[in-house]
Write a protein that binds this ligand. Structure first.
Ligand code: PAF
Length: 292
């Protein structure tokens, strides 16, 4: 049975009850799916107390984005929390999280937050980091679990914890995919059946890129780009970006890059914007013409 609380005061006794145990938090905006379930399972496995936060954060949505229509499914979310063994669901109001109204002091992400998602969604990562910092303060966990599906967000949260000396372990959890490759996302609910088929181009492009990793960074970009170009021409997919980046700072991988990288994509299918990424390794091998 998962307890539902909406204020810091209501949450406090649960935190006090596990003062000497390991406390874990999974932050969500609700509309929970199997990707969230994986985060919750990992938290349940690692921690004595598991708190799931459910909060659609207005600060991370741009003026023309989907804040109003973002799916709000609290009853279903609570069922899923109960299945995953979550102890407490913390679903605060906007006033509880932002008691002073729109915060004057916010957490800025720096250069890593200005590329890729940050370039297409100005202010997005400031909104994310600010609410993550607030929710960490409200829930005071030993560990916080984030999905690798949002790889840039995960890297920025890790960097925030390091740069601001936050006493929390940030745990990354692998992306969960449907059998055909589509990454689980709350926004998949917006897709009609035909749009869902078009959306498969994102993961197909990533897999094609990964398959070409033995030939170097340029080959990765070319192979993934070819899948996206075909989908753009045939199915009206609109690509925002395709990038092969260093997972530490999200800087673009140079042609001679070798080592661990992240291949990231964002594209729009109809009115729905989707992101996906895949970790891969570009080997320093004879087949890699980028390496001399
Ligand atoms: O990944 C999300 O769902 C959100 O960005 C988060 C981390 C819950 C902050 O609102």
């Amino acid at each position: 049975m998962t307890a539902l609380v909406s204020t810091r005061a209501e949450l406090q006794p649960f935190l006090d009850g596990f003062a000497n145990g390991r406390r874990g938090v999974v932050m969500t905006m609700g509309a929970l799916h199997e990707g969230h379930l994986e985060l919750l399972k990992q938290a349940r496995h690692d921690c004595d107390l598991v708190v799931a936060t459910i909060f659609v954060n207005p600060l991370q949505f741009g003026p023309n984005e989907d804040f109003d229509r973002y799916p709000r499914t609290l009853d279903d979310d609570l069922k899923l929390c109960a299945e995953a063994g979550v102890d407490v669901a913390f679903a605060p109001s906007v006033d509880e999280v932002y008691p002073g109204g729109r915060p004057i002091v916010q957490v800025t992400p720096g250069p890593m937050g200005e590329v890729l998602e940050g370039a297409f969604r100005p202010g997005f990562f400031t909104g994310v980091l600010t609410v993550v910092a607030k929710l960490l303060n409200l829930t005071r966990p030993d560990a916080a679990f984030f999905g690798q599906k949002d790889a840039q967000q995960l890297a920025l949260v890790r960097r925030m914890a390091l740069d601001l000396n936050l006493p929390v372990e940030i745990v990354g959890v692998p992306t969960v995919r449907d059998a055909d490759g589509l990454a689980k996302s709350s926004r998949n609910r917006y897709l009609g059946p035909e749009e869902r088929t078009v959306a498969l181009s994102l993961s197909r492009a990533l897999f094609a890129g990964r398959d070409a990793a033995g030939q170097g960074a340029e080959a990765v970009r070319t192979a993934a780009g070819a899948v996206l170009d075909a989908a753009a021409a045939a199915d009206g997919l609109t690509v925002d970006y395709l990038a092969l980046v260093d997972p530490e700072d999200f800087s673009e991988a140079a042609p001679a890059f070798t080592g661990d990288a992240v291949l990231a994509v964002a594209a729009r299918v109809g009115g729905t914007r989707l992101i996906d990424n895949l970790p891969l390794t570009v080997p320093a091998a004879p087949h890699n013409p980028g390496v001399r």
